[in-house]
Each structure stands twice: as C-alpha cells, then as structure tokens.
Design a protein around this ligand. Structure first.
Ligand code: C2O
Ligand code: CU
Length: 504
C-alpha cells in the first residue's frame, strides 16, 4: 500500500504509522468527572410494569409522557434524565401474543423523538422510521435532514403493535434521525416483553425469579449530570460527536436497570435473566466469578426472537449493543452465603464488573429447563430467491460510516424484497458492527465460516467482529413498506451507517 507523506501520524505507542493503514476508529472511553460510586452498594431496581390507561376486547392502551426528570443514580447527587414516563429505564410493557398494544407518546422534551420497538414485527407507520418525528409540543426549528416521505407529528403520536409473534424479550428506544445516540444515552429505552401460552407451559423460573437486566454504560459530569460528547449539547444541529468519538462512546459506569454496579439478594435456586445490552457502543463478555463448581455459568434458553429449540450451555456471553440473551443461572451451584459477581471479561477497567448476586437464603426450586424448549420450523437456504451483499465500512475521507460505500439517504432504497419471500444477505465488515434489521427475525447461517456460538435461535441483531462476514437467512413477512437496517453501535448509526429496504 502506498501512502502520501502527510498521511503519516504518531500512534499512541509513539510509532509513526501511515494513516492509510491506521486502525479504524475504536469506541472511546469518555471518563466521568465525578468520583465513581462504590460497587455493589445499590440494590438492583426492577423497572415497574406499565399499567394500561384502558383496555378493550383486543387492545391495551397506554399513554406515556416522554419527559425530563430528576433521578437518583449516583449517591448524593441527582441526575437529569430523559425518560418514558419520566423514568430510566422506561417502564416495562407486558404484551400477550395476539393482543394488540396502543402506545400513545406525548413529547414533553425540548427535541423531536421517534419510538422504535426493537424486535417488533410492526407495520411501517408504527415502526419509528427515523424521520417520522414527534415534534415537541412547542414546535422545533431545524433545517436538518429532509425526507419528503416523513410523517411528522406535532406533540404526540399513537404507535400500534400487533404482537403477532413469538414470546420474546423486545425493547423500545428512541430512534430520532441522527440523534439516537445522545437520546438513548439520556435514558430513552425500556423493556417490552411478549408472552404466549407455549412459553408459559414450560416450568421456567418465573415471578420474582424472572428478572430483566438492562445493562448500559454511562459517564457523569462533576455535578452528576450525564456526560456525552455531542457536537451540539442542545441536540439541535449539528448532529454527531467529535472525530475522536466516531468509533462510539464508552462510559466508565456500568448501570443495570439504571443503578451503578448493583447487588441482588437471591435464593439458592434457578433464576431466569433477560439480559439486554442497551449500551451505545460497548460489548460485554459476561461471566460469573467464581464460576460454578459444576457445569457452566449460563444456560441460554432464548435470544432476540424468543426461545431456542433447546438450551445452549455457555461459559461466557458475548453481547453486543441491542442483543438479548435469555439465560438461566442456577445459584444452587454456589455455596449458600457466598457472593457471585457478574463480570465483563472484555474490560479491565471499571467496566470489568457489572453486578453482584448474594445468595442469602435457601428455597425450594420447582423450575426446570426441559430438553426441548420450543418447536419451530427454520427456513432452508434453498428457499432464498435473492442474495444480497452489504459491506459495512468506514470511509475516512468523509469521516462517515457507510453501507456499500453510501451514507444513509431516506430517499434511496437499498433493497426491495417481496412480501413472504426469503433472501440470503451476506454482511461484511471492516470493523466491529452489531447489525440490525427492522421488521424481521433471521437465522445466522454462517459467521466467519461457521455458525457463531452466540448466534443461536432467531436473531434481529448479529454482531460482526473486525473483518468478519456473516450470512443470514431472512423471511420478509408480515408487512409491506419502508424499513431501515443499520449498525446498532449508536454513534455509527447516527453517523450514516443505515440503509433502507422496502417490502413490496
Ligand atoms: Cu434498536 Cu433501528 O433499532
Ligand atoms: Cu457499526
């Protein structure tokens, strides 16, 4: 490779590197300016389940105000968050398969919002296309990103979710064009759990032994406010972050359900944890320390799209932004009275720890993981009518993350799959990218040559490491219309790594 002389730069290790072979921008730590709290002091909060304002024969109606609020996250200071119903994480929405949900959002923030149900098989008008903004009730001035097809709402919008899909752990989050990173960072994310009779028949741990864990990293300013390197801190214009944070923003405080490194008292029985990585850019390699005396730490029972066919034993869980792992941990494998730390093996700093379980009591356990969890037909690669290739990479000259060399453009369709057909998509990357398709769940056929350890079941997000490629088998069912697919590193997404498909 030839490099012009001006393209040389000094690397961190003091070596002169030609910039044309320099590594792609990595996610970068934004250190907090406030002293960090002690680990394992806070107790684990559980987000409250949202109560419907009313119900009728086939629909539950929810009214939620999206607003600034003051939260107690760190000891001794208050933090202004942006929250669904004023809390972070947002309230959990419990839905039943086949019963619809109406979610009416009122925007009481100073900026536009968009809501996306991640993992939902949602009609396009309710999917939260990034330019389908809900403007603040007081209006909003910006010249930013024109989309002639955008459906702009003033003050509020109703989203309708069909829930015509398997029981699964979904989540909802903000999806405002170019500003998703900072708006999720401020708190706009919550769980959405779909239940169905198939899953309820299985004697999995339930009730207080079924616990959602929303894991995300954040950084805090000296006064306790959330710190984020937005180019415009009012989130008007311009969008994005300085070049050094192009690769993604990492925080040094790990929050679980909004509390820093919390602890949870458990009985010496099995628990089901629905783990969601809601971080902007951080990947975790979750492990238990100590590891159990027998067997492995985690039995994975479900992934993004619901239960697996049978459980997969895992020593560690590599989880990228937006992925969900539904796992069972059996605390009878540990000594009563002992503590077990959920660690993150991919960080040696403060983000190396996540939370702690204290095994404080003995209880009976009637739960079990049957050898067959769920029966479903998976498609065959031979069913595919089309094969498409998408290359996710960084274009240094423009400082942009791109798909097939192009930045996001709401007026350009990158694929037009036909309704109820199956396609193979080959995804390739230069760098680490968790890739997500709206509307569908897919199967990972191969991931750098073989099926990945962490790709079991129905996925809506597949995490590719540097230089990796994956083939996914996707059936475009349910709805016609315009949807996005994108990298779920939110800084990459905000800086153009997004494309469109239209189901026709
Ligand atoms: Cu979780 Cu398009 O997003
Ligand atoms: Cu990416």
């Amino acid at each position: 490779m030839k490099c012009a002389r001006r393209d040389f730069l000094l690397s961190a290790s003091g070596l002169l590197l030609p910039s044309c072979v320099r590594p792609r921008p990595e996610p970068k730590l934004l250190p907090s300016l406030i002293p960090l709290p002690k680990t394992f002091e806070a107790s684990l909060p559980i987000p409250p389940v949202l109560q419907p304002a009313r119900t009728d024969a086939d629909m539950d109606y929810y009214d939620v105000s999206v607003q600034p609020a003051s939260a107690r996250i760190l000891p001794g200071v208050s933090t202004t968050i942006w929250g669904y119903a004023g809390i972070f994480p947002g309230p959990t929405i419990e839905a039943r398969r086949g019963r619809r949900v109406s979610l009416r959002l009122r925007n009481a923030l100073p900026v536009p919002i968009v809501n996306h149900l991640h993992g939902g098989h949602t009609a396009p008008e309710s999917d939260g296309y990034p330019t389908d903004l809900i403007l603040p009730s007081g209006g909003f001035e910006t010249s930013h990103m024109h989309d002639p097809m955008a459906k702009i709402a003033a003050g509020e919008r109703e989203y309708v979710y069909q829930n015509d899909q398997r029981a699964a752990t979904l989540w909802y989050h903000d999806h405002r064009m170019d500003f998703t990173g900072p708006q999720v960072w401020r708190g706009l994310a919550g769980f959405y759990i779909i239940r169905d009779p198939e899953e309820e028949q299985i004697p999995l741990p339930r009730g207080s032994r079924e616990i959602p864990l929303l894991i995300c990293d954040r950084s805090f300013d000296a006064d306790g406010s959330l710190l984020y390197p937005a180019l415009d801190s009012t989130l008007h214009d311009p969008p994005g972050v300085p070049l050094e944070y192009m690769g993604g923003v990492l925080g040094d405080v790990v929050l679980v359900n909004g509390a820093p490194w919390p602890r949870l008292e458990v009985a010496n029985v099995k628990y089901r944890f629905r783990i969601l990585n809601a971080s902007n850019a951080r990947r975790y390699e979750l492990a238990l320390e100590p590891s159990p005396r027998v067997g492995v730490a985690f039995e994975q029972i479900g992934s993004d799209g619901g239960l697996l066919q049978s459980a997969v034993p895992l020593r560690t869980i590599r989880i990228a932004p937006a992925e969900r792992f539904d796992v069972v941990v059996d605390f009878s494998k540990f000594r009563l009275g002992s503590s077990v730390v959920l660690t993150n093996q991919s960080d040696s700093g403060t983000a190396g720890q996540v939370m702690r379980f204290d095994i404080t009591r003995s209880e009976r356990d009637e739960s079990a993981i049957p050898s067959k969890l769920s029966d479903f037909a998976v498609g065959k690669p031979e069913d595919a009518v089309t094969t498409r290739v998408f290359d996710f990479s960084y274009v240094r000259a423009q400082h942009e993350w791109r798909i097939n060399g192009k930045p996001f453009d709401p007026t350009r369709m990158d694929a037009r799959p036909r309704l109820d057909t199956t396609e193979v998509w080959h995804l390739k990357t230069d760098f680490s990218h968790p890739l997500h398709l709206h509307l569908v769940h897919f199967r990972v056929l191969s991931h750098s040559g073989r099926p990945g350890l962490y790709d079991a079941g129905w996925k809506d997000t597949v995490d590719l490491g540097p230089g990796q490629a994956a083939s996914i088998l996707v059936r475009f069912g349910g709805h016609r219309g315009r949807y996005v697919f994108h990298c779920h590193n939110l800084e990459h997404e905000d800086m153009s790594m997004m494309g469109n498909f239209e189901v026709i």
